[in-house]
Design a protein around this ligand. Structure first.
Ligand code: FES
Length: 81
C-alpha cells in the first residue's frame, strides 16, 4: 500500500490510496489513530468498521469526512458540507 495521504484523522476530502490486494477495515467511529482505517477504537461503542476485500491492486478514494452515501468510498458529499 502506498499512501498518497497519510492516515490520521477525519478531513473534508477523501484519503486516496494505492491499495494492494487484501483485507481492509474502514473506521466508522472516527476515533481511530489510523483513520480511515480501523485501529479498534470503536470497542465499547455502537459503531463497527466496514470490512472490504480488495481483490487486485487499485487506487481507492476512502471517505474521510464520514458523510458519504456510498461508504466506505468517497461519493463527493464532502464538497457539499
Ligand atoms: S470524503 Fe468524500 S464523501 Fe466523504
Amino acid at each position: 500500500m502506498t499512501p498518497i495521504d497519510p492516515p490520521g484523522k477525519p478531513q473534508r476530502r477523501p484519503f486516496v490510496v494505492e491499495c494492494e490486494p487484501g483485507k481492509y477495515a474502514h473506521c466508522q467511529c472516527q476515533q481511530s489513530s489510523r483513520y480511515p482505517y480501523c485501529d479498534g477504537s470503536h470497542r465499547g461503542t455502537d459503531k463497527n468498521p466496514i470490512k472490504v476485500v480488495v481483490e487486485e491492486r487499485k487506487t481507492i478514494a476512502w471517505c474521510a469526512c464520514g458523510n458519504s452515501g456510498n461508504m466506505p468510498y468517497c461519493d463527493g458529499t464532502h464538497g457539499r458540507i
